[in-house]
Design a protein around this ligand. Sequence first.
Ligand code: NAD
Ligand code: TYD
Length: 355
Amino acid sequence: MALLLKKIIYRKDGGVMKIIVTGGAGFIGSNFIFYMLKKYPDYEIICVDKLTYAGNLSTLKGIMDNHRFRFVKLDICDRAGIYQLFEEELPSMVVNFAAESHVDRSIENPSVFLETNIMGTAVLMDACRKYGIQRYHQISTDEVYGDLPLNRPDLLFTEETPIQASSPYSSSKAAADLLVLAYHRTYELPVSVSRCSNNYGPYHFPEKLIPLVIVNALNDKPIPVYGTGENVRDWLYVDDHCKAIDLILHQGRVGEVYNIGGHNEMSNIDVVKTICNRLGKSHSSIAYVTDRKGHDMRYAIDSTKIQNELGWFPETRFSEGIQKTIQWYLENKDWWETIISGEYRNYYKKMYGDR
Ligand code: NAD
Ligand code: TYD
């Protein structure tokens, strides 16, 4: 009985668990909403999303009629709007995915990153303080730790690794992390933070490496690889990430940071070649282009803490995850064709036109 009670968490007013998920029309947030609605048949999810270029309502069309789901188009920086929503809904938890998330865009235009990623986080936490909350969870990134050299495979990011962000994106996420932990220390807000590695899977916006390669390869367009392609990322299948967040929300310790990694380091060029091979496309479309400014060399996560404390480990091997991802892009052409035929064309021309 005690175990059962521990697992089902009720809201203060006795109702069923209500979770505000911000950024739920984006890649990871939408996958998390699908995961939670399926896993917890009595939970209610309220998705708050500004619908920037990266947010896509069509992603959520399958759950729009679900009575346990509500979509609210709202900017997390809109203090009055956020307070009003909290007053209406009295959420038990907030999971903040909303962010400007693309490093290349942050290099072009940092200011919106500071606004959404830092100020938006502050607004959400102020609302949590005002209306009360069981848990505020911040979705962060391994990029706050900076990067690691290629010739030291023994080095991994732990939760104790100093923050040393490289890009405007990662420094805005790092600032938000510090703010979240400061709200815990100063106001005793029940927070947690997770720092994950590069996710991949369905509904990934095609500006990011893996979906960009799949989409360009399918369209027989050049595949841009920055610099030498030797940079290493640790790829985490999005469902494994969702499982980790679920565990942290329900069993993770308040005030703690948890690293979430895929145990799957690969160089960019190996990722690109793997996708080309799976699609039966020649490597001749690979185009080495001018490197990203300040390009982080290697990310690698030590996820011992979440493994030991919560029994989490990444279940999906890259060979399986990439196959599922490719299959999803093959079966959902409408989703990405609509994106790449819109404003994305201007973005692509600007970023890759003269590169
Ligand atoms: P995404 O860019 O696909 O989605 C972001 C979502 O946030 C979009 O739906 C967008 O409309 C919404 N949004 C942006 N600004 C907003 C605002 N001011 N108010 C409300 N909504 C707003 O991002 P993603 O890849 O799903 O990343 C989600 C989170 O995970 C981010 O916080 C990101 O920093 C973090 N993260 C992502 C990765 C990754 O590999 N994708 C890795 C580590 C951490
Ligand atoms: P990205 O998906 O943008 O994620 P992040 O920068 O957050 O790790 O990029 C992953 C890696 O792929 C990164 O090293 C940059 C590289 N990259 C390319 O080589 N070509 C591209 O067109 C893109 C978008 C990324």
